[in-house]
Design a protein around this ligand. Structure first.
Ligand SMILES: Nc1ncnc2c1ncn2[C@@H]1O[C@H](COP(=O)(O)OP(=O)(O)OP(=O)(O)O)[C@@H](O)[C@H]1O
Length: 284
C-alpha cells in the first residue's frame, strides 16, 4: 500500500470531526443493525461510523451484501438502528419528511409527468419553508436552465419513455439536485448504464456537483468512479460490515479526465481493488 501517497486512516478514530460552526450534513455514530427473521439473526452493520461534512462528496464501496443499502434505509428512517445514532444536519434521523433527497439505482421518473415536471417534483412537494424563498415559477425557470445544461432542453416537455437511459438518469439526478434538502443519497445511480454512457454521466455529474457542492453520500461498486468523484471514500468490510478504511482522496478539484492516467490514481485504484478483493474472498 502506498502509504506515503494515501492519507488514509482506519476506523479507530478515523472519522472526521465536523467543522466548529456548522453541524455535519450527516453523522453516523457507532451504528449496529441485525435483521431478524424466523428466529434467525443476520448481523449486517457492526459499529459503523461515518461523516459527511457540508458540501462534501463521500462514497461507500464494499462487497455485495455488506449492508450499504441497509445503511441508506437507516439514514432515510425506513429502519431503526439496534444501537448507535444517526443525525442529519445535527438532528436525529427519524424518517421525517424533507431532510434528504434520494436517487435510486433506477431513475424512477413518473411516466405521466413531463421531464420538466419530474425534475420539479422534489421542490413541489417540499414545504414552503424549505424552498429558500423561491416560488414555483422561479423554480421552474431554474429547472429549465439546469435541463439545458444537462443537454435536455429539447426534452423538457417529453415524457420519460422518450428519453434514453442516460437521459433519464440525468433528469433523476437533477430532480434530486433541485430538491431543497441539503443531503443527497445516491445509490449506485449509474449501475444500469452501459460503460460509455456511464463514463459520460460521471463526467457530467462531476461538473454539476463541482458547481453546486451539495453534500452527497454515494454508493458505488466502481472504484474509478469513487476516486474520480469523491472527497472521501469509506471502504466497508464483508458482512457484518465495519469501516475497514477511510480514505481522503488527495486529488485537487476540479478533477480532470487526465487524472485517471496519473500514476498516483492508478496506485490508489490498485490499493482499493486489493482491499475489496480480500473482503469479497472472505464472503465467499
Ligand atoms: N429487509 C431485510 N430483511 C432481511 N434481510 C435483509 C433485508 N434487507 C437486506 N437484507 C440482507 O442484508 C444484507 C445486506 O443487504 P444490502 O442490500 O444492504 O447490501 P448491499 O451492500 O447494499 O449489497 P449490494 O452491493 O449487492 O447492493 C444482505 O445479506 C441482505 O440479504
Amino acid at each position: 500500500m502506498p502509504t506515503d501517497q494515501l492519507q488514509h486512516s482506519s476506523q479507530s478514530g478515523g472519522t472526521s470531526a465536523p467543522g466548529p460552526s456548522a453541524p455535519s450534513a450527516l453523522e453516523v455514530d457507532r451504528v449496529h443493525l441485525s435483521f431478524r427473521e424466523n428466529k434467525q439473526i443476520l448481523p449486517v452493520l457492526n459499529d459503523i461510523s461515518l461523516t459527511v461534512r457540508q458540501g462534501e462528496f463521500v462514497s461507500i464501496i464494499g462487497p455485495s451484501g455488506s449492508g450499504k443499502s441497509t445503511l441508506f434505509n437507516l439514514i432515510g428512517g425506513m429502519l431503526k438502528p439496534d444501537q448507535g445514532r444517526i443525525t442529519i444536519q445535527g438532528k436525529e434521523a427519524g424518517g421525517q419528511r424533507g431532510v434528504i433527497s434520494y436517487m435510486p439505482q433506477q431513475p424512477a421518473l413518473l411516466p405521466w409527468r413531463t421531464t420538466l415536471d419530474n425534475v420539479l417534483l422534489g421542490l413541489e412537494v417540499a414545504p414552503d419553508a424549505q424552498r429558500g424563498g423561491r416560488d414555483l415559477a422561479q423554480a421552474r425557470e431554474e429547472a429549465r436552465a439546469w435541463l439545458a445544461q444537462a443537454g435536455l432542453a429539447e426534452f423538457e416537455q417529453a415524457y420519460p419513455h422518450k428519453l434514453s437511459g442516460g437521459m433519464q438518469q440525468r433528469a433523476a439526478f437533477l430532480r434530486a439536485l433541485l430538491s431543497p434538502q441539503e443531503l443527497m443519497l445516491l445509490d449506485e445511480p449509474f449501475s444500469a448504464l452501459d460503460a460509455l454512457t456511464r463514463s459520460d454521466m460521471q463526467r457530467w455529474l462531476l461538473d454539476i456537483w463541482e458547481r453546486s457542492r451539495r453534500s452527497v453520500l454515494f454508493i458505488t461498486h466502481n472504484i474509478e468512479e469513487a476516486l474520480l468523484l469523491s472527497d472521501t471514500i469509506y471502504v466497508f468490510s464483508s458482512r457484518p460490515s465495519t469501516v475497514l478504511h477511510r480514505v481522503e482522496v488527495p486529488f485537487p478539484r476540479p478533477r480532470t479526465d487526465a487524472m485517471a492516467d496519473d500514476p498516483a490514481f492508478l496506485e490508489w485504484k490498485r490499493t482499493l481493488s486489493g482491499w475489496l478483493r480480500e473482503e469479497q474472498a472472505k464472503q465467499g
